[in-house]
Design a protein around this ligand. Sequence first.
Ligand code: COA
Length: 182
Amino acid sequence: MEIKLQRSSLTEWRESYADALAEQANNPKIAQYLRDSFPSPYTKEDAIAWIQFNQSKTEPAKNLAIIVNGLCVGAIGLLPNTDIHRCNIELGYWIGEAYWGQGIVTEAVQHMIIYTFEHFEVSRIYAGVFKGNMGSQNVLKKAGFTLESTIPKGVIKNGVLLDEHIYSVLRPEVTQEHFKKY
Ligand SMILES: CC(C)(COP(=O)(O)OP(=O)(O)OC[C@H]1O[C@@H](n2cnc3c(N)ncnc32)[C@H](O)[C@@H]1OP(=O)(O)O)[C@@H](O)C(=O)NCCC(=O)NCCS
């Protein structure tokens, strides 16, 4: 699977991406804005484990690689919620520092909104952004997300309690009728 966008392509995870993934991901400036489950330092073994984890999953893919000029430079992915929150899905992403500020992630997020509502029975896509992460907030706003709320001291990262901004986008044609069966 390959989704061709103007600035990048989005593909499923492939074994051949391991070296580039480890190289791009091994950066504390990236890890500082992500969950602790994102390894830091990020080794080739971490990259292989991530790729194998995704290859073991069923279609449609929830995690995609961001490819620029044939090189894996980042990641974008979805985390479905469960139980009464199963109509929600969380979006996350990162891109290698050398590629920041080129509009690559904004374009990928815009496409991911369409992909998500096409492939998953959810009514709301959301993303949590740590206070101070202006780049990510700009990405979400440019892609059509709205700031919903701010959770005071909602996350702890690198030993510091931080406010978390919650951004969301709702399925345009969402109706109660549509979701009765789920
Ligand atoms: C946040 C991140 C994904 C942005 O990706 P990107 O491809 O550089 O974003 P874009 O180029 O699409 O930028 C979108 C807008 O934000 C602006 N922007 C990007 N980085 C910025 C920063 N650090 N501070 C302020 N604005 C920034 C861009 O200039 C652009 O606005 P413009 O079109 O008006 O110029 C990337 O910096 C990253 O991977 N950061 C580390 C991991 C992370 O924060 N992930 C998200 C967790 S919620």
